[in-house]
Design a protein around this ligand. Structure first.
Ligand code: TXA
Ligand code: MG
Length: 338
């Protein structure tokens, strides 16, 4: 399949992208979190093409993207009171809310659940394309299933060129990790996936919030609350091992493992002492920088030939929780505590 690359400055190109979406085609679009692979959310057949292009398990539901508040009403069964506060505070932005779904949402989107995930993204390009297409867009991250999410257009091209109809090139994504997924169908809202909006920020607006155990624990057997959390995820080809400890202990530990293909994914503060090839994903307390850099550094490690990637673990606080959640999955929960 020919994949057209469209620049965000190409007005006609964006209109073409919207037209393709109306015709049931799949198009990758930039958002403020990561690139998304979009299709008309009301067209089950179009949505099936997303799963095919990504190689995504069918029971993993998709997020529906809307361009305005009115856009949610046809998609949901009822609107919990807390939604207005949350959407008022955080939309457009990296917060996805889970609602009871209406009948017009195809089962392909909900993965067979009776709920639907919705967000209003903050990137002007996807908002514009939703408006031009006149339909809500289902969009998972635009990577091959299992590999790190794409934060620049080249990642999308590497993974999906030849498998989708078009890619809109919008430069780097601002946030770098995916949206926070918050279930508001229960009495106490629950974070199913941590992301760009933190628990503390949500609690300031909506009161007490819980965090699903699957965010930092391995769940086996039982059905995951957020099905996406149960799959091996975000993984480069290299084996990833997390290492938790002070900068000094981390550096000593890594230097003790020098060998063919051994790489470090460290903080800026660690770099000086390391004797193995390294990539840095920001300063140790700068969780926003880490979020923005993480996925592209995981891909870069593969490109540089890493076979074992020893990652200095971040703190699970604020946006750091989202970074740690992705790291745990990339490492298949393998973490050494020094
Ligand atoms: O920032 C983002 O959210 C990006 C951009 C493109 O918007 N999208 C994204 O989509 O990360 P995806 O498909 O990679 O992740 C969606 C997550 C998965 O963990 C999925 O299981 C969960 O949201 N999810 C979707 N619908 C759900 C539902 N009805 N109930 C529970 N979890 C749901
Ligand atoms: Mg994804």
């Amino acid at each position: 399949m020919y994949t057209e690359i469209i620049s965000i400055n190409d007005k006609e190109g964006l209109a073409r992208a919207a037209e393709m979406l109306k015709q049931g085609k799949v198009v990758a679009l930039p958002t403020e979190t990561v690139y998304g692979l979009a299709a008309n959310a009301l067209d089950g057949e179009a949505v099936r093409k997303i799963f095919k292009a990504k190689g995504r398990p069918q029971d993993n539901p998709l997020i529906v993207h809307v361009a305005d508040f009115e856009g949610i009403y046809p998609l949901v069964d009822n609107v919990p009171y807390v939604m207005k506060k949350l959407a008022g505070a955080f939309w457009p932005g990296p917060l996805t809310l889970i609602f009871k779904k209406s009948d017009i949402v195809p089962l392909e989107v909900s993965g067979g659940l009776d709920t639907v995930a919705i967000r209003m993204p903050a990137h002007p390009v996807i908002l514009e394309v939703i408006r031009l297409a006149g339909v809500p867009l289902a969009a998972p991250s635009a990577n091959l299933s299992g590999s790190p999410s794409p934060t620049i257009s080249r990642h999308v091209i590497d993974d999906l060129s030849g498998r989708i109809d078009a890619i809109v090139d919008g430069g780097d994504c601002e946030v770098g990790v995916e949206s926070t997924v918050l279930d508001i169908t229960r009495d106490i809202p629950c974070i199913l996936r941590p992301g760009g909006i933190t628990k503390e920020e949500i609690e300031r607006v909506a009161g007490k919030v819980e965090i699903a155990p699957s965010v930092v624990e391995k769940i086996e057997g039982q059905r995951a609350l957020s099905p996406g959390m149960k799959y091996k995820h975000y993984s480069p080809r290299a084996r990833v091992v997390l290492v938790r400890g002070t900068s000094k202990d981390y550096v000593n530990y890594v230097n003790g493992l020098i060998g063919d293909g051994v790489f470090a994914l460290c903080f800026d503060e660690d770099a000086k002492g390391l004797e193995v090839p390294y990539l840095s994903y920001g300063s140790c307390k700068d969780y926003n920088a880490q979020a923005k850099l993480l996925f592209s550094k995981l891909r870069e490690a593969d490109e540089k030939g890493a076979k074992l990637l020893l990652v200095h673990s971040t703190e699970p606080v604020g946006v750091g929780l989202a970074v740690y959640n992705r790291l745990l999955r990339a490492a298949e929960f393998e973490e050494i505590v020094l």
